[in-house]
Design a protein around this ligand. Structure first.
Ligand SMILES: *Cc1c(COP(=O)(O)O)cnc(C)c1O
Length: 361
């Protein structure tokens, strides 16, 4: 390590992305990509990108996307910031709302990028255990206050369990944190929540001035390769990020055009999400029939406990599947050693997984 590197950077461990095997014949159920393609409107927009669009700088405010997103969500563009993936929004939130050295709090297990971003900013991160059934501790807001946290990060639906915390419960946490901290609800997977649940935090951002919702085009809109996400919040939270902390041209012209086409065709994404929910139910049943304990998931993945009769446990099953070209996620982490996180795939992919597991049982 060069001696010129900042101390906190030298001391930290970087983020480990999930494996991205380059072969096409694998069944890739390890990084929660959408198994279905993006809307045809996206491919059409791609075919119509002009040389002129590439020659010029893009819209610094991603104006067309913010208008389209505001329209879809019943908000105004002042409530939206477009970012280079949801991940850029997380970095911006820390830069904008956390003083150097101030604390970030998250219920754990959590998205493993959070501690990495905190370490880069040289901010301590406090991880508060989720309850045994993965729900948020009832005193979460009080724990943030006791620790003097300035930013709280909650993934909802939760990764890796898929559990959904209700809107009213999250609103109460945000309200309890007013004057103390910004609450970020990371809704990377919210597009997979059953619409019948009536789960919707979007209208809250007009009234709750310390609530930020993270949205991603990667999962719900099948655009992980594009790198586009956005934040939804009260305009007083969006404004400093727009006018001060974001890069001037943080969203490139191609991402801007394609993501705008995608969000305008939200109906297509919702239809894909419905198919994912159908496959999620099938996969959960099949795993259950094999003796795996699988909690309910509101997301596009399942967290499954490997039963005793699978010799060697979760790690061995992960390896055995990998040798057959089937990739799932194993976390070498407290509370997760006997579990695998399995992304819901297409019907043929899910069948291949179940057939492989039946042979191992
Ligand atoms: C995927 C994901 C994101 C954002 O991903 P991007 O691809 O950068 O948009 C944020 N949080 C969680 C928990 C995720 O799984």
């Amino acid at each position: 390590m060069s001696r010129y590197v900042r101390n906190n950077i030298a001391a930290m461990t970087g983020y480990t992305p999930g494996e991205q095997p380059q072969r096409d014949d694998v069944v890739k159920l390890n990084t929660n990509e959408n198994p279905y393609p993006p809307s045809p409107a996206v491919l059409d927009a791609m075919a119509h990108i002009t040389a002129e669009q590439l020659r010029r700088y893009p819209s610094p405010t991603a104006a067309a996307f913010r208008e389209a997103a505001a329209d879809v969500h019943g908000l105004t563009p002042a409530n939206i910031i477009a970012t280079n993936g949801g991940d850029e929004l997380l970095r911006l939130l820390i830069t904008t709302f956390v003083e150097p050295g101030a604390k970030i709090v998250t219920p754990q297990p959590t998205y493993s990028l959070y501690p990495v971003l905190a370490a880069i900013a040289d901010c301590p991160i406090e991880q508060i255990d989720r309850d045994a059934d993965w729900s948020l501790p009832d005193d979460f807001a009080q724990q943030v206050i006791d620790r003097d946290g300035k930013l709280a990060l909650i993934v909802n639906p939760h990764a890796p369990s898929g559990q959904l915390t209700s809107g009213p419960k999250l609103r109460a946490i945000a309200e309890a944190l007013q004057g103390q901290a910004v609450l970020v609800v990371d809704e990377a997977y919210v597009d997979f929540v059953d619409p019948e649940a009536g789960h919707d935090l979007l209208p809250m951002v007009r009234e709750v001035e310390n609530l930020v919702l993270l949205r991603s085009m990667s999962k719900g809109y099948s655009l992980a390769g594009l790198r586009m996400g956005y934040g939804v919040a009260h305009e007083t939270l969006i404004e400093p990020m727009m006018s001060k902390t974001k890069d001037s041209y943080n969203v490139d012209a191609v991402a801007h055009a394609l993501a705008t086409a995608a969000i305008r065709d939200r109906a297509y994404a919702l239809h894909s999400a419905m198919k994912v929910r159908e496959q999620r139910a099938w996969l959960r049943d099949q795993l259950g029939a094999l003796g795996w304990a699988v909690g309910e998931s509101a997301s596009n993945f399942l967290l499954a406990t490997v039963p005793e009769n699978f010799a060697g446990g979760a790690m061995a099953v992960y390896e055995a599947l990998k040798s057959e070209g089937i990739f799932v996620r194993y976390f070498d982490q407290q509370r997760l050693h006997d579990k695998l996180r399995i992304t819901v795939g297409t019907a043929p992919q899910n069948r291949r997984l179940i057939e492989a597991l039946q042979r191992m049982a």
